[in-house]
Design a binder for this molecule. Structure first.
Ligand code: AMP
Length: 283
């Protein structure tokens, strides 16, 4: 069966309502497109656990700040459609911006607390945009389960909190980060890197691995010292600039001073003009 392309909210709702009436389970993979193996790992997981798999493709203007890369964000619909067909996706929901946001004064969904740290600190309003679009997608696609990647670890925690607080009746799954052979986390934004920047971008993974080594071997436990070592690794690359590096509690995202139990080490780095994020959880 070819993948069904739906661009209208009302059609999507009608379709999923009838699927639900037939007793079919629905898995949703929300994406911004320019699909890669990271996205496809979520699709495969959803395929294995649901009767119907819906992939949403929507570059959400509400989660980009002024001066960010909304216009330059990679768009590759023809290739995305082929990949979805190959993975036996049932429905691609790909609305236009005007379909999702028809008016000016938009009701927004905002999660407090978790969103003023890490990416939320450097991208004001980002998670408000994410939560608004994801809650709309939950109401449009009505999934039994929605799938997210660990690469956007904070996003997962924020969406989990939103789903609990707003009583969305669905399960959320976090799937492991898929990486290139040299450790770089797959990302649609990797397409924006020049060959030289692509080489420099290895420093994110190298910095995270150095933190893992220092923590695992108990060589250093002070978060400040680990962060300085990581910064030094990133600053060796002339095109790389640290946006943030945080070592924090993996549930509350509160910074830790010294590493005792499980921690999240998360970072965002500009390589040239492209902002990349990555993280590891270390116990
Ligand atoms: P995006 O299209 O970048 O908004 O990502 C859509 C979903 O795919 C999010 O849940 C991401 O966390 C997930 N994702 C992106 N990159 C990866 C990756 N390298 N490994 C696993 N999941 C990923």
């Amino acid at each position: 069966m070819p993948v069904k392309i739906i661009t209208k909210i009302s059609l999507c709702q009608k379709h999923v309502d009838s699927l639900r009436k037939q007793g079919r389970t629905i898995g949703l993979v929300p994406t911004m497109g320019a699909l890669h193996e990271g996205h496809l790992s979520l699709v495969k997981k959803a395929r294995g656990e649901n009767d119907t798999v819906v992939v949403s493709i929507f570059v959400n203007p509400a989660q980009f700040g002024p001066g960010e890369d909304y216009k330059k964000y990679p768009r590759a619909f023809a290739g995305d459609k082929k990949l979805c067909e190959k993975e036996k996706v049932d429905i691609v929901f790909c609305p236009a911006a005007g379909e999702m946001y028809p008016g000016k004064d938009l009701t927004a969904v905002n999660v407090e607390g978790l969103t003023d740290k890490l990416c939320g600190r450097s991208r004001t309003g980002h998670f408000k945009g994410v939560c608004t679009v994801v809650s709309k997608l939950f109401n449009i696609v009505k999934p039994h389960t929605a799938y997210f990647g660990q690469k956007d670890y904070q996003q997962f925690l924020v969406i989990r909190k939103m789903a609990r607080d707003m009583n969305f009746h669905l399960k959320l799954r976090m799937c492991p980060t898929v990486r290139e052979g040299d450790g770089l986390a797959l990302s649609s934004r990797n397409r924006c890197l020049s060959p030289k920047e692509r080489t420099e971008a290895r420093c994110l993974h190298r910095a995270l691995e150095s933190a893992r080594y220092l923590i695992k071997t108990k060589r250093v436990s002070g978060a400040g010292l680990i962060i300085s070592r990581m910064k030094a690794i990133i600053n060796e690359q002339p095109g790389a600039r640290v946006d943030y590096i945080n070592i924090c509690d993996p549930e509350t995202l509160e910074d830790v001073k010294s590493v005792k139990g499980k921690v999240l080490v998360g970072l965002a780095v500009f390589v040239g003009k492209t902002r990349l994020i990555d993280n590891v959880v270390i116990s």
